[in-house]
Design a protein around this ligand. Structure first.
Ligand SMILES: [Zn+2]
Length: 96
């Protein structure tokens, strides 16, 4: 019986069972998945116009929703992975 421990070829910084994704821009596998709970203390500005001020994360911004900011970005080129351009019509009354 072979009792040797199998060493995984997967680097330790990849989550077990999670599909390896590559950057949409540069094909790097160095994709960082971030999640931060900010509840109703989220702020977003477009230039000098407030889109969200001390409120929950707006799903129209493409970086999570509700209590959490969540997105993936490339440690190689910096590109946020997601669907862009965003539809900001939800904020039309903000006059930008
Ligand atoms: Zn990249």
């Amino acid at each position: 019986m072979n009792t040797r421990v199998q060493i995984s070829a997967t680097p330790p910084f990849f989550k077990k069972g999670k599909e390896i994704v590559t950057c949409k821009n540069c094909d790097s596998e160095k994709i960082i998945d971030v999640s931060g709970k900010c509840s109703d203390r989220f702020n977003a500005c477009l230039q000098n116009k407030d889109l969200v001020e001390n409120d929950y994360v707006d799903s129209n911004l493409g970086i999570g929703e509700g209590d959490y900011m969540e997105f993936e970005y490339c440690a190689n080129c910096g590109m946020i992975q997601g669907k862009f351009p965003l539809d900001l019509s939800e904020f039309e009354d903000e006059e930008f």
